[in-house]
Design a protein around this ligand. Sequence first.
Ligand SMILES: Nc1ncnc2c1ncn2[C@@H]1O[C@H](COP(=O)(O)OP(=O)(O)O)[C@@H](O)[C@H]1O
Ligand SMILES: [Mg+2]
Length: 515
Amino acid sequence: MSLNEHLQEEIFERKRAEKKLVATKTYVESILANSLDLIITIKKDGNIVYTNRHLDYETGYKREDVQGKYIMELIPEHLKEFMLKKLKDLNEGISGIYETQIIKADGTPMDCLISQAPVEGFDEFIIAIKNITERKKMETELLKAQKLESVGILAGGIAHDFNNLLTAIFGNISLAKMYMMEREVYNHLVEIEKASLRAKNMTQQLLTFSKGGAQVKKITSLDELIRDSANFALRGSKVNCDIFISPELWHAEVDEGQISQVINNLIINAQQAMPDGGTIQVQADNVTLGSDNVLALKAGDYIKISVKDHGIGISEENIQKIFDPYFTTKPDGSGFGLSTAYSIVKGHDGHIKVESKPDIGTTLYIYIAASPKRFQLKQKDPAFIKGRGNILVMDDEEMVRFVTGKMLYQLGYEVEFVKNGDEAIKVYKQSKKTGKSFDAVIMDLTVPGGMGGKETINKLLKFDPGIKAVVASGYSNDPVMADYKKYGFSGVVCKPFTLSELGQILHKLFESKAD
Ligand SMILES: Nc1ncnc2c1ncn2[C@@H]1O[C@H](COP(=O)(O)OP(=O)(O)O)[C@@H](O)[C@H]1O
Ligand SMILES: [Mg+2]
C-alpha cells in the first residue's frame, strides 16, 4: 500500500469514526430530549453545563437562562446547606437519590426527586430530576384527610356524650320549671334552657362535621333558622349583620342542622373577609325558576338566600377553586367551609354560586327548593300532653334513665328501667307472662359493650309483632334515626329531648294505635 493510499485510508477511517460519534451524540441527545425527567449536567464547581428540553416545560426557565448558572441559585434558602452536602458527595464520587426542591421561574418551589451520579470519563455530574409536586400534594392531602377523619371520630364521640349530658340538663330544667312557682327563678331556668339549646345545636354541628350522615329533613321556617344561625355565628364579633327576610318566605323541607351549618360557614367567611369590621347583609327571598334557568335547576319554587360582605373579595384565579375541598388562602384555614356548604346544598336539590370583586366584596347565593307544605308553628312552651301507660326505658346511662323516668312519671306514665338489650328482652318477656305488659319501650340506639336498640327491636318484634318502640339517640345523623320505621320502630326522639317533646312523641305513638 502506498503512503498516499495509507493516508487516505486513515482519513476515511477517521471520518467514519466522526460520523459514528455524531450519530451517537444525536442518539443520546434524542433520548435525553425526550425524557420526561429533567436532566442537568453540572461541572465540579456546580455550574450548569447542559439541560434537556423538558426543563422549560417543568420549570418555565429557558435553557439559555440556566446554562452556566450556579446550580445553588435554583435551590430554596432552607435547602441550600443540604444541597451543598450533596454536591460535596458528588465531588467525592458518591451517587444518590434524594428529595429536595428547586425554585421555578415564577418563584414557586417544585418538589423533586433527584438522582445524581458522576458522568464516567468526564469531570461532570448528571442530575436527573423528577417533579413530584403532585405526589407530595396528594400525600399531604391524604394526611389531612386522615387527620380530619380522626377529628371526626373524636367529634362524634364527644357529641354522643354531650347529648347524654344534655338530656339530663334539659330534663331537669323542664322538671324544675314545673315545680317552680317563683317568677324570678323561673326566668333564670328559661335562660338556662336557651343556653342548653345552643349547646344542643353546637353538638349537632359537631355531628354533621364528623359524618355527612343521613339527612333528617323536616318542614322548616327558614326565616327563624337564618336569623338564629347568622346571629349565632357572629356572637362576640365586631362585624354586624343586617338581615332582610321577605315577610312571606316560603317554607322548605331541610335538615336544620345542615342548613344552619351552611349559613354559619358563609357568615364566618364573610366575617373573616372583613378583618376591620363592617356589615354583612343577609337576604332571603322567594323566587320561581323556569325550566330554562341558567342555574340548571328544575323548574319550581325556590328560596334564594344571599350573604353579602364588603371585604377583600376573591381573585379571578381563585374563584373557581373556592368550592374545592382543602382550598384555602388562610394560614390556618381548613378549606372545608365552602366544600361542605356545596355538598349540603346539592343534597337539598339546590344550587350555590358566588360573585366577587377583589377589594369590593363577595356575595354567596344559595337556592333551596321550597316546599308547598306549611310549617306547623311551634307553640311557645306548649302544654305537656299527658298520658297513661306502662313504659320500659332502656339506656346505659344512669342519669338519662333517672331523668327520663322522672319526666315520664310527670307525664302520667309508669316506668321501668333496663340498662341494655338483653335485660330489655328479659323484662319485656317476663311482663307479658305476668299480664302486666308494657305499652311502649323507649330504647337507646347504641349501648357501649351491649346490645343496642337496633338489634333489640329485631328480637322483640319476633316475640311481639305489635310492640310500640321509640328509638332515642344522641347520634341524630344515624341512618336508623332518619329511617326508623324501616328498622321496626314506631317513633323516634333525638337526645336531648324536653318534657313536652317526650309528651308529644308518646301521645303520637298511642294515637296511631288505631291504624
Ligand atoms: N366571603 C369571602 N370573601 C373572600 N374570600 C372568600 C370568601 N369566602 C370564601 N373565600 C375564599 O374561599 C376560600 C375557601 O373558603 P372555605 O372553604 O370556607 O375555607 P377556609 O375558610 O377554611 O379557607 C377561602 O380561603 C377564601 O380564599
Ligand atoms: Mg371558611
